[in-house]
Design a protein around this ligand. Structure first.
Ligand code: SF4
Length: 375
């Protein structure tokens, strides 16, 4: 393959040396960089999807302490895995992790596979994660392209247009493949990602501190702030939900379980999965009036007593999940004695540590606690 047009062969050699030297000196000390264990690298890569490094670190450390290897994760209770993930969001990642760990035990005797074909076949693992594990854990020649690398490469080559459109992403992958340092693929990939995360940032890249500035076409053209071009956004969909916090005098409340395999399907169809797949307060999508919608739902789930109670409105909660803008109307419903609900848990409103709940449920609990403090 020929060198990318912006680099001659001697420049490519120099480019690699400069970036690797820079990485050796300035890389951040991150817990998943301290060894080459494919299990830990895999966990970190999945956690880092959609989540910032600073937020991932404490989760990574706790998760790996609780599930130190593939077998421990495979054999764990799913609720416990979700509990350890609780707060990181996008919970399908945790479910996929566990399913993949079980696959590794079943198909590879618990040893993390080392080939592209076998890693790619694992649940929840795409091309990027496969390449990251192959290069970092096994030293194989696979270049990664994720958001950071794509931005760096696009700026180096001064690529125009939406990077995810048409064949641009494949073209970035080809350039990344070509740039990959053959003697240090794992460090190379991490160096490219580190450059994008710390220097060649989405806004205001710090070109004066960049180890490869002299090779950068966007910098030469003064276009570094204009590349990559903005993506066309998917239109935001507004969702209005109403939720009921049923509490007693002792500050205990009712949480409903995540529906299993079609059980509670009516609920799951009604509301976004982030509410229905974790332990949650009784919640409905609002069609007309939030209180009557909630009363109708509670009558079926909790029984007639809930319908007779007073619904005290709490502060409205806004929550964004990808393209959904959720507006949630919570109501406090007080009881002397909480009604019994099949499969539900009764927990202290201020302590959900024993079950997996979403960030949205935590926000509702906070609103209910604030209201209780002021009543
Ligand atoms: S010179 Fe600037 S735009 Fe180019 S790679 Fe370095 S930080 Fe990014």
């Amino acid at each position: 393959m020929n060198a990318p047009f912006f680099l001659t062969a001697p420049e490519l050699k120099q480019f690699r040396a400069k970036l690797l030297d820079w990485f050796a000196t300035y890389q951040r000390d991150l817990p998943w960089r301290r060894d080459r264990d494919p299990y830990r690298i895999w966990i970190s890569e999945i956690m880092l999807q959609q989540t910032r490094v600073a937020a991932v670190i404490p989760y990574f450390e706790k998760f790996c302490a609780r599930f130190p290897d593939v077998r421990a994760l495979a054999e764990a209770d799913e609720a416990e895995v979700l509990r350890m993930w609780s707060g990181l969001g996008y919970y399908s990642r945790a479910r996929n992790l566990q399913a993949a760990a079980q696959q590794i035990v079943r198909e590879h005797g618990g040893t993390f596979p080392a080939t592209e074909q076998h890693i790619r076949a694992l649940r929840g693992i795409g091309k990027y994660t496969t390449n990251a594990i192959l290069s970092i854990a096994f030293g194989k020649h696979h270049a990664v392209v994720e958001g950071n690398v794509a931005r760096v490469v696009a700026r180096l080559e001064a690529v125009r247009g939406d990077l995810r459109e048409g064949s641009r992403w494949e073209s970035l992958q080809r350039t990344a493949d070509h740039l990959l340092a053959p003697d240090a693929p794992g460090n190379w990939n991490q160096a490219m990602m580190e450059l994008g995360a710390t220097i060649c940032t989405p806004r205001s890249p710090q070109c004066l501190l960049c180890p490869v500035e002299k090779f950068c076409r966007a910098r030469k053209l003064g276009r570094q702030d204009l590349i990559p071009e903005k993506r066309k956004k998917r239109a935001t969909v507004g969702v209005q939900l109403a939720t009921a916090v049923l509490v007693d005098d002792r500050g205990r409340c009712i949480l409903l379980p995540p529906p299993k395999n079609g059980a509670g399907k009516a609920l799951a169809d009604d509301i976004p999965t982030l509410v229905s797949k974790m332990w949650h307060f009784p919640t409905v999508a609002v069609s007309e009036d939030p209180v009557s919608d909630l009363r109708g739902y509670l009558k079926n789930v909790v029984g007639a007593t809930a319908v007779l109670s007073r619904f005290v409105p709490l502060r409205k909660i806004r929550h964004a999940v990808t393209y959904r803008a959720i507006s949630l109307l919570p109501f406090l419903v007080k009881f002397k004695e909480l009604p019994r609900v099949r499969g539900a848990k009764i927990l202290l409103l201020k302590d959900f540590s024993s079950v997996p709940v979403s960030n949205l449920t935590r926000k509702v609990a906070r609103a209910a606690l604030e209201a209780a403090d002021h009543s």
